[in-house]
Design a protein around this ligand. Structure first.
Ligand code: NAI
Length: 487
C-alpha cells in the first residue's frame, strides 16, 4: 500500500459487454498491489437505459459519482434506437470534466506498431467548441451549429496541458487550431496558448495549423510530446493517434474536472467477444494506473504499470495482440491478470519502465480582463427564396425597407459577398446574411438595441422573413466580428 495514504473512495461501474470481465481482472491486480482504494459500485449503462433513464444513469448513481473524487468506469453499451443520450457526454458536461487526457504510446516490438517511437499525450478540451450541442435548422436548405470557444475554457485546458507536461516530465506542448480561417474562435484559443506558454519557460511550445499538424501526427507521431487542442480536433486526433500506435485495445483515458475525474479504457464494450474470457483488460488497467497517479498513489501505479509492461515484454498476450512468432503465450483475460500479478515488483528490461511522481494537477483560471463593448451594427439573417434568387433584387428591396439610422453594407450567402458587386458564379442558398451599419459610415458611430428593433420591424413590414440576428460589437476599440469573403 502507498505508505502515506488513506484509502481513496472510488466510484466503480462494471459496465456492459466485456465490462464485467475486464473489471474483475483489473480489481484483482489492484488488490494484489495493495492499491489504496475502496470501491463504491454503481449500476449505469444498458440496463438503466432500458429501465427508462434516458442518460443511462439513475439518480442514486449520480449521488455516488458526485461524492467520490474519482470514478473508474468500464465500457458501456449504448442501445441502438432513438431517445438515448450519450452517458459519457452527460457525465462530462454535468460534472465539468473539462480535460480529456489520452496518452498514446507504442509498445513495439512486443505489440505490433508502425511507429515504434511514438509516445504522446493528447489533452483535448472536453466541453466547448462544436460540442456545445447548439444546432438549428434555419431554412429549408440550411442547418447550423454554434462553435463556442471561451477565454476561461481555453485558459483552463491550456494551463492543464502545461501543468501536465511539468508533472509528467514532458518537454514540449504543441497547440493545434485552424486560426488562419477561424480568426476569432480558434484565434482566441491560440492567443491564450501563447500568453500562458510564457508562464512556463521550462516547457517548449509551438503552434501548428490542425490540417498539417494532423498529417504530421499520422506520418511522424514520434515528433510530438503533449498536444493541446479544442474539442473536435482533439476527438479526431486522439483516434488517429491510438489507431496508428496499434494500441486501441490497450490505451486508457482520463476525463478530469475540478471536483471529479473519470478514468476508462479507450475501447467500447465489445459485445462480439463478451463472456468468452478473451478480452484484453489492459485499457482499463492502464486507466486504473492513471487514476492512482491522479489520487497521489504514483508508487502503486508504477508497480502495476511496470508489471504490466513486463507481462507484454514476456510475450504473455491476449488474442487481440497475440502474434505467432512474436508472442510466447496466448492467454485469456483472467490469466493475463494473473501474469501481471505474478510480475508485481519487476521492471521491464527493454520497454522503458515508468516512474511517475505526480500527485494530481490543479489549475486556477484568472478572471477574464474587463473590456469595453460598443454596439456598432447588426447582421440580420433572412430566409429568402424568390424564384431567381437574384442578390441584386434582394439588396435593392432591403435598401428600400431600411429605416434611419441604418444603411445596408452588404449581403453574403454562405459567407461570400453577393451584394453589392457579387460575382454571377456564386451559388446561393435560401439563407442570406445582411449586414447593416449606421448610415453615416463613421468608424466611431454606434447604435442602440432600439435601433435594431426598429430595423427588424421595418423588415417585417416589408415582408422579409428574419430568422436570426447577430449583434456587431467593437470590443476594446477593435471590430469583434468577421468580414464577409470579398468585403
Ligand atoms: P468496441 O471498441 O467495443 O469494439 C471494436 C472492436 O475491437 C471489436 O472487434 C472488439 O471485439 C474489439 N475490442 C474492443 N475492446 C477490446 C478488448 N479490450 N480486447 C479485445 N478486443 C477488443 O467498439 P464498437 O463495437 O464500436 O462499440 C461497441 C459498444 O461499445 C457500442 O454500444 C458503443 O456505443 C460502446 N462504446 C462505449 C464506449 C465507452 O463506454 N467509453 C466507447 C466506445 C464505444
Amino acid at each position: 500500500m502507498s505508505t502515506t495514504m488513506e484509502a481513496v473512495s472510488v466510484t466503480l461501474a462494471r459496465g456492459d459487454g466485456i465490462g464485467p470481465e475486464i473489471t474483475e481482472a483489473v480489481l484483482r491486480v489492484l488488490d494484489a498491489a495493495d492499491a489504496p482504494v475502496r470501491f463504491e459500485p454503481i449500476e449505469i449503462g444498458e440496463a438503466m437505459y432500458r429501465a427508462g433513464h434516458t442518460s443511462g444513469i439513475p439518480p442514486e448513481a449520480w449521488e455516488t459519482i458526485r461524492r467520490n473524487p474519482v470514478f473508474l468506469k468500464a465500457p458501456i453499451t449504448t442501445p441502438l434506437g432513438g431517445g438515448y443520450k450519450s452517458l459519457n457526454v452527460t457525465i462530462r458536461k454535468t460534472l465539468n470534466l473539462y480535460a480529456n487526457v489520452r496518452p498514446t504510446k507504442s509498445y513495439a516490438p512486443f505489440v505490433a506498431s508502425a511507429h515504434p517511437g511514438m509516445d504522446l499525450v493528447i489533452v483535448r478540451e472536453n466541453e466547448e467548441d462544436l460540442y456545445a450541442g447548439i444546432e438549428h435548422q434555419q431554412t429549408a436548405e440550411v442547418t447550423q451549429v454554434l462553435k463556442l470557444i471561451t477565454r476561461p475554457g481555453s485558459e483552463r485546458i491550456v494551463r492543464y496541458a502545461f501543468e501536465y507536461a511539468r508533472a509528467y516530465g514532458r518537454r514540449t506542448v504543441t497547440c493545434m487550431t485552424k486560426n488562419n480561417i477561424m480568426k476569432l474562435t480558434d484565434g482566441l484559443f491560440h492567443r491564450v496558448f501563447t500568453e500562458i506558454a510564457e508562464e512556463y519557460p521550462d516547457i517548449e511550445s509551438n503552434h501548428q495549423i490542425i490540417d498539417i499538424g494532423a498529417a504530421r501526427l499520422a506520418a511522424q507521431p514520434e515528433i510530438f510530446d503533449v498536444i493541446v487542442t479544442p474539442n473536435l480536433y482533439g476527438d479526431i486526433l486522439s483516434d488517429i493517434a491510438s489507431q496508428i500506435a496499434g494500441s486501441v485495445g490497450i490505451a486508457g483515458s482520463a476525463n478530469v474536472g475540478p471536483g471529479v475525474a473519470m478514468f476508462e479504457a479507450v475501447h467500447g464494450s465489445a459485445p462480439d467477444i463478451a463472456g468468452k474470457d478473451i478480452a484484453n483488460p489492459s485499457g482499463m488497467l492502464v486507466a486504473a494506473t492513471q487514476l492512482l497517479v491522479h489520487v497521489g498513489a504514483a508508487d502503486v501505479a508504477n508497480r502495476i504499470k511496470n508489471a504490466w509492461l513486463t507481462t507484454l515484454e514476456d510475450g504473455i498476450h491476449t488474442p487481440d495482440i497475440h502474434r505467432e512468432g512474436l508472442s510466447a503465450k496466448r492467454v485469456g483475460c483472467q490469466e493475463f491478470a494473473d501474469a501481471v500479478v505474478e510480475r508485481l515488483g519487476r521492471a521491464p528490461r527493454q520497454l522503458r519502465p515508468v516512474s511517475y511522481q505526480t500527485t494530481g494537477i490543479s489549475v486556477d483560471v484568472a478572471p477574464s480582463p474587463t473590456s469595453t463593448k460598443e454596439l456598432v451594427g447588426v447582421d440580420v439573417f433572412l430566409d429568402w427564396s424568390d424564384a431567381d434568387r437574384n442578390p441584386e433584387s434582394l439588396g435593392e428591396g432591403l435598401e428600400q425597407a431600411c429605416p434611419a439610422p441604418w444603411k445596408l453594407k452588404m449581403v453574403t450567402n454562405r459567407g461570400v459577398k453577393v451584394y453589392p458587386d457579387g460575382a454571377p458564379e456564386t451559388f446561393c442558398t435560401d439563407h442570406w446574411r445582411c449586414r447593416f451599419l449606421p448610415a453615416d459610415g463613421s468608424v466611431e458611430a454606434s447604435v442602440s438595441g432600439g435601433d435594431i428593433v426598429d430595423l427588424l420591424r421595418a423588415l417585417l413590414d416589408a415582408g422579409f422573413d428574419t430568422i436570426k440576428t447577430e449583434n456587431l460589437y467593437r470590443i476594446d476599440g477593435q471590430a469583434a466580428y468577421s468580414l464577409g469573403q470579398g468585403e
